[in-house]
Design a protein around this ligand. Structure first.
Ligand code: SF4
Ligand code: SF4
Length: 404
């Protein structure tokens, strides 16, 4: 599964999608998160059209359908979220193959407003794109990198999306230039497949990294660049928002793991319940342990109605027995692996030792704020210690102050 390097790990496996195709699938119902607050709700029983706002402050109907109820869900990444449940009656639409003429100059304010109204999330960071564009305008990064990375094979869909919707994504790069005048743009990739498809990327944008995880963090650590990432999905959504006023209603999720007969990438409505998608993928009613998020940092899904959001990049499914084995933890044996792989040059073993002392000595929590929560240290620890959680706890302790 993983090979060790001086920094980072290489993740591989036979339970990931065999190719770069994306399959479109629509469930019979969706559970749409309404963020940030539950006001101005559409009444239960109302028929709504695709793209309609379900709450005054956000949450779009991803397809035509009827609102059947509102309920709270414990989401493994977002915490408690208030959601609209909809029965879907999708209208069959012919897929339009539109040509984009790469129009560059555009009004910055118009782009920001379109991105905001469309509720676009940058899937590489999980943040609202309009907020990030504002921040990047105030404090320009060295460059913005369109994210085609596949260092995490259980999540990476950027490359597949780029190849399937190239013109729309490249037009999004032009709008990005108008929103952030003077900030250079790149396309960052690391897979052999993108190397073979290199001619599809304009040569002026190309930036190739090594294949190991976490490739982006390792690269920034090495170069000292203050660069930022934008998802391929966000770029395509930006084009649709600016040119057609279409909100972001769908997302790509990679579904993989040993329990799946056919791992794959699915284009689904936002709010698709994890349980319905897994049933469609062939898991059926068998007991399973599903994890949502990246390979090394994912969280267990406890409710089959947990909605897929734009920032859900992967779902991995194991048998419960395997998942239980992975939960075991033993005392630190001082092997030093966690320190050698950390892309930020931190010492997780020292931090976990410090947390076991009373009082916790601050000098042992050196630079814990620099932790990117990549999960590599936890993955390589032979004792199974949750070092990522230790780093997070230590950073919170430091922030609170009062340590000796
Ligand atoms: S989770 Fe933090 S401490 Fe662990 S390897 Fe990643 S950056 Fe280093
Ligand atoms: S990898 Fe685990 S066992 Fe090894 S030094 Fe780090 S915390 Fe200890």
């Amino acid at each position: 599964m993983k090979h060790l390097f001086f920094k980072g790990v290489r993740l591989t496996g036979s339970t990931v999608p065999a190719d770069h195709s994306i399959t479109s699938w629509t469930p019979s119902r969706v559970v749409v998160p309404l963020l940030p607050r539950e006001i101005g709700l559409v009444p239960v029983g109302t028929a709504v059209k695709k793209g309609a706002l379900l709450g005054e402050e956000g949450g779009f109907a991803p397809e035509n359908g009827v609102v059947t109820e509102y309920r709270e869900i414990l989401h493994p990444i977002l915490g408690k979220v208030f959601c609209a449940v909809m029965e879907l009656h999708p209208k069959s639409e012919k897929k339009k193959s539109k040509k984009y003429a790469l129009r560059g100059a555009h009004n910055r304010e118009d782009i920001l407003q379109a991105v905001r109204q469309a509720g676009i999330i940058n899937e590489s960071t999980g943040e609202y794109l309009w907020k990030e564009l504002e921040t990047w305008f105030q404090e320009p990064p060295a460059y913005v990198a369109a994210d085609l990375l596949e260092d995490d094979p259980l999540c990476g869909a950027g490359a597949a999306l780029f190849i399937s919707d190239r013109e729309k994504v490249l037009q999004g790069m032009e709008y990005l230039a108008s929103a952030l005048p003077g900030v250079p743009r790149k396309m960052v990739w690391n897979s052999r497949w993108m190397e073979e498809n290199r001619e599809t990327m304009p040569s002026k944008y190309q930036l190739r990294l090594t294949g190991r995880y976490p490739a982006w963090v390792l690269y920034l650590q090495k170069t000292g660049d203050t660069a930022v990432r934008i998802g391929i999905q966000a770029l395509a959504a930006m084009t649709e928002a600016v040119e057609e006023g279409i909100p972001q209603t769908h997302t790509v999720v990679t579904v993989s793991g040993e329990m799946l007969p056919h791992p794959g990438r699915y284009w689904v409505p936002v709010g698709t319940p994890v349980g319905e998608l897994l049933t469609h993928c062939g898991v059926g009613a068998r007991p399973c342990q599903a994890v949502m998020g990246e390979a090394l940092t994912g969280q267990a899904v406890l409710d089959p109605d947990t909605p897929i959001t734009v920032s859900t990049r992967g779902i991995t499914v194991w048998t419960p027995q395997k998942a239980r084995l992975d939960d075991r933890a033993f005392p630190c044996i001082g092997c030093g692996k966690c320190q050698s792989v950390c892309p930020q040059g931190l010492e997780p073993w020292v931090v976990q030792e410090a947390l076991g002392l009373d009082p916790v000595p601050e000098r042992m929590l050196w630079r814990v704020e620099g932790c990117s929560q990549c999960g590599v240290c936890r993955a390589v620890c032979p004792s199974g210690i949750d070092l990522t959680a230790c780093m997070k706890q230590a950073a919170e302790l430091r922030k609170r102050g009062g340590l000796t």
